[in-house]
Design a protein around this ligand. Structure first.
Ligand SMILES: [Zn+2]
Length: 597
């Protein structure tokens, strides 16, 4: 893979920007820190170093360059990460590199080609032009049609499939990409989208991964036809994870520290067009835990423009409950009945802006709607109001907030807070079915030995005088790579940071692995400065020797057992002597440790 433009891509992209487009980074000194996206933590131990162009989590050990980051966060192979970043960097990858032709990349190609096919149909076919007129009439501009790559699927059975077969793809692959359906009657799969306006669905990097199709005029022989259809889940598209428009909205969401959630593709397109660029849509599903997790990277504040009737058990509300549980601040944009954001914006964007400004905090919204739906003076009304509101109060995870709303409800119904609290206990929260997270191959946790070894190196990087405590025979307790580093340092005895940098540069040439290790060790040294490095050094070395002795003892006791089974008495005696000597040394360590305390 030596002819791949890896370096060119690295030169053009800044890791801070790449990582920053996925998670919130905070500047700390020369570096950036964040909550690790690869393991769950409360205090940030994930660092990004612009100087070294690497990331490193000191909690779970995940580390690497931009390619590694994309592989982990997108859950893709190297070839896919390369393609994503090449695209981002504007670096062209030569086609037909067999090593990059993963199944995924063929799926991406099919989606991209289909998208172009649909776009062309919208511009050039006669029915396509009618579809375009419909879009323009609904208020979508020419510019938006281009930006969102809207298209038209001709009303034929194999139009798209034949086009893709002509480009060298198999019909089975078109089915796998969700664009064709296996036929029971004939051998030939047929196109999923026929006679529909097409909305391509993008991933975070603006690559087409899926499609939705909307009817815009009556289709013959099919009276009762779904207004919208989506492709099923595929290798690239999972509707529980995708948020429509997030590729264009993500930076604005961070900038405005708020995200407007809608239900429709048209809502998103018209909202962006009118300057509400922090708008996204769920693609025909309720908000899922995955979507919330993605949104959490950008903001804590959600504004929903859903159909939010307080009565009735709707999927959308379950999503909102979930968001509250995840500690999002949720506000509700209340719209006039029977209207959606797209219509409101098309009529007058200012109306939409004022509705956003008037968005109600979710609990206030629930209270107002429940209290206006029933008579709060009658016993029956009180019961109904409580029935609606108690589950909402139940999901609030913050106890202070929860108690605030218990008090509010008690006041509104003129009953005691105790009665409300008592009723609240009876509510059993609905458990959400959350399928397990996809594995992003979590790195194995570091052993204590590894942690101590790295610490020793980081201490020396910061304070070279620590080298004086490192004896030649101590080198034996370190693992091979660290030993190589320390041997080199011990030989050269650098005294200042320039000399250290020179040594690091020299060692980096040994291997790619060594280079990566040195990068993360340097970053670590930069982040953790010890007030008493020499004392710390002594403690680390002692602990390492202790671990080495303990390991040697374990090994010896195994050998003794084997020798005993073999009946080799002389060997057993020898080994036991050795064992006792080592055990004495170990007790010495432990005694010293106790004396210190
Ligand atoms: Zn981590």
């Amino acid at each position: 893979m030596s002819n791949l433009p890896i370096q060119e891509i690295k030169d053009r992209l800044d890791i801070v920007e790449v990582v920053g487009s996925y998670i919130k980074l905070q500047k700390t000194g020369q570096n950036y820190r964040a909550l690790c996206p690869f393991h769950s933590e409360k205090k940030p131990s994930f660092f990004v170093s612009p100087a070294r162009q690497i990331f490193k989590c000191f909690g779970c050990g995940a580390s690497g360059d931009i390619f590694k980051f994309i592989m982990l966060i997108e859950g893709v192979e190297f070839g896919d990460a390369l393609r994503i970043l090449a695209r981002r960097a504007g670096v062209e990858l030569k086609p037909y590199r067999p090593e990059l032709k993963t199944k995924r990349s063929r799926m991406y190609e099919i989606c991209e080609l289909s998208c172009r096919f649909f776009e062309k149909q919208l511009e050039e076919s006669s029915v396509g032009k009618r579809a375009k007129e419909y879009l323009l009439k609904r208020g979508v501009t020419e510019e938006s049609i281009k930006k969102w790559r809207l298209g038209y699927a001709p009303n034929t059975w194999q139009g798209l499939s034949d086009f893709l077969v002509g480009k060298g793809y198999k019909r089975g692959e078109v089915v796998e990409a969700g664009l064709a359906i296996e036929s029971e009657k004939s051998q030939m799969p047929y196109d999923r989208f026929r006679g529909r306006i097409i909305f391509p669905i993008f991933d975070l990097n603006s690559q087409v991964v899926g499609f939705a199709g909307r009817v815009f005029e009556k289709v013959q022989n099919e009276e009762e036809i779904a207004k919208y259809i989506n492709i099923p889940n595929t290798l690239l598209y999972d509707k529980s994870r995708v948020l429509y428009g997030l590729n264009f909205a993500k930076m604005k969401i961070r900038e405005k520290d708020a995200c407007i959630l809608t239900e429709g593709y048209m809502d998103v397109i018209l909202a962006h067009q009118a300057g509400f660029e922090n708008t996204v849509a769920t693609s025909g599903t309720a908000l899922t835990p995955y979507q919330l997790k993605i949104l959490k990277r950008y903001t804590n504040n959600l504004l929903t423009a859903f159909d939010m009737d307080v009565a009735g058990d709707m999927a959308t509300k379950r999503g909102i409950d979930l968001a509250q549980k995840e500690d999002f601040n949720v506000k509700v944009i209340t719209m006039p009945k029977e209207s959606d954001p797209a219509d409101i914006i098309a009529q007058n964007p200012k109306t939409w802006a004022s509705l956003i400004n008037k968005a109600k905090e979710i609990m206030n919204f629930y209270f107002e709607s429940a209290l206006s739906a029933f008579d709060k003076e009658s016993p029956e009304g009180k019961k109904e109001i409580a029935k609606l509101l108690l589950p909402k109060i139940k999901v609030i995870s913050n106890k202070i907030l929860q108690s605030h709303w218990i008090q509010k409800l008690a006041e509104a119904l003129k009953v005691s807070q105790e009665a409300i609290a008592e009723e609240l206990k009876k509510i059993i929260p609905k458990s959400e079915e959350i399928s397990p997270e996809p594995q992003v191959s979590p790195p194995a946790p570091k052993t204590r030995k590894e942690i101590l070894e790295e610490k020793v190196v980081s201490l020396i990087f910061n304070s070279p005088q620590c080298l004086n405590y490192l004896e030649k025979e101590d080198l034996e307790v370190f693992s091979p790579q660290i030993k190589t580093i320390l041997t080199c340092f011990k030989k050269e005895m650098p005294t200042n940071s320039q000399a250290i940098d020179k040594l690091i540069k020299k060692l980096e040439k040994e291997s790619e692995e060594m280079k990566n290790l040195l990068l993360t060790l340097s970053l670590r040294a930069e982040i953790e400065k010890e007030p008493e490095p020499e004392k710390e050094m002594r403690i680390c070395l002692k602990s390492l020797k202790e671990i080495a002795t303990q390991n040697a003892l374990n090994q010896l006791s195994k050998e003794i057992q084997i020798a005993e089974v073999a009946g080799d008495e002389k060997k057993v005696k020898n080994l036991i002597q050795k064992f006792n000597r080592l055990a004495k040394i170990l007790t010495g360590f432990q005694k010293n440790a106790k004396n210190k305390i």
